[in-house]
Design a protein around this ligand. Structure first.
Ligand code: TRP
Length: 326
């Protein structure tokens, strides 16, 4: 059975883009593969953060992942820093990673631009730690969003150079993208992201806040008044209908929009309804977990024990290959 690994930074709240772009696959893949999912706090420290917020952010992220349907009976869920083998393998991988390869990483360039006062070595070698995350479990499939494809190419290169230099240990890993690996934000222009503030947090998928957020969503800009016909292909709201609505809904929107038969308010209303339906089980599971404090930590501890056992086997093999003193 193939092993699946994926990680997510503890940003505190998941949004629709995270779900549609990646986590949806986390949930689906656990039915078929050995899945290992990780909240990557050691990655997060490469960017500025408030110390007292870290633990709650990690716990909230884990809670959201569980609420979305990752099942601890089927998949392993744990926190990266609870398994120190991640950083150990990353150090070894540093020795087979090209400096030039890291310099080409677009996410590094973006982040360096975003926090010019704190361009630390961790930010630079971030993809090396990511390769270690995946390869520690010899994972072959990595469900991620489109922005991670470059990091996975690098992980493959690292695995190849390791195997070439010290002997075969690691498999090739490949990204597993969703049908919609890139979701645009409320602005309809840039990728949905918390830092851009154009996101729909999953916790906002409640009757009132959702309708309010969708109200702000940019539609086909050539459709100025209710009387103008619109072009759904130029409208981000329509692309959301593709993710959440039925075919009948989409036909209704298409017909209504192109003939000015319906307004954007009607179209968004239907979308809100479908999104509320889709996330009803999430809201229920979330409430259930919130009512049982301690449950999330228990799951994370049990997950770390399982992950550590696998990680330690890989590291024993790796240390042997390197010819280290023992
Ligand atoms: N870099 C990923 C992101 O920003 C998070 C991540 C860290 C990850 N380690 C990983 C994703 C391993 C997949 C596999 O989204």
């Amino acid at each position: 059975m193939k092993t699946v690994f994926s990680g997510i930074q503890p940003s505190g709240e998941l949004h629709v883009g995270n779900y549609i772009g990646a986590i949806d696959n986390w949930v689906k893949m656990q039915e078929q593969y050995r899945c290992i999912y990780c909240v990557v706090d050691y990655h997060a420290i490469t960017q500025d953060y408030t110390v007292k917020d870290m633990s709650p952010r990690v716990r909230d992220m884990a809670l959201d992942i569980l609420a979305l349907g990752v099942d601890p009976e089927k998949a392993i869920l744990f926190v990266q820093s609870a398994v120190p083998e991640h950083t150990e393998l990353a150090w070894i991988f540093n020795a087979v990673t090209g400096h030039g390869d890291l310099e080409r990483m677009t996410q590094f360039k973006d982040k360096a631009e975003h926090q010019p006062e704190n361009i630390n070595a961790g930010l630079f070698s971030y993809p090396v730690l990511q390769a270690a995350d995946i390869l520690l479990y010899k994972a072959e499939l990595v469900p991620v969003g489109a922005d991670q494809v470059q990091h996975l190419e690098l992980a493959r290169r690292i695995a190849r150079s390791f195997n070439h230099r010290w002997g075969k240990v690691f498999p090739e890993c490949e990204p597993k993208l969703t049908e919609t690996p890139k979701v645009l934000g409320l602005d309809g222009k840039q990728k949905m992201s918390k830092s851009l503030g154009n996101h729909i947090p999953l916790t906002a998928i409640e009757e009132k806040p959702l309708r309010k957020l969708l109200g702000k969503m940019v539609t086909d800009e050539k459709r100025v008044t209710r009387e103008d016909p619109g072009n759904p292909d130029d409208c981000n709201v329509y692309s959301f209908h593709k993710m959440f609505s039925t075919e009948d809904d989409r036909a209704w929107v298409w017909q209504g929009c192109t003939t000015a038969g319906i307004g954007c308010v009607d179209c968004k209303g239907r979308l809100a309804q479908r999104m509320l339906e889709r996330f009803a089980p999430y809201r229920e599971r979330r409430a259930e977990l919130l009512a049982h404090p301690g449950r999330v930590d228990e799951i994370l501890r049990a997950g770390a024990d399982k992950a550590r056992a696998i990680a330690q086997r890989t590291m024993a093999e790796v240390r042997g290959k390197l010819g280290l003193w023992r």
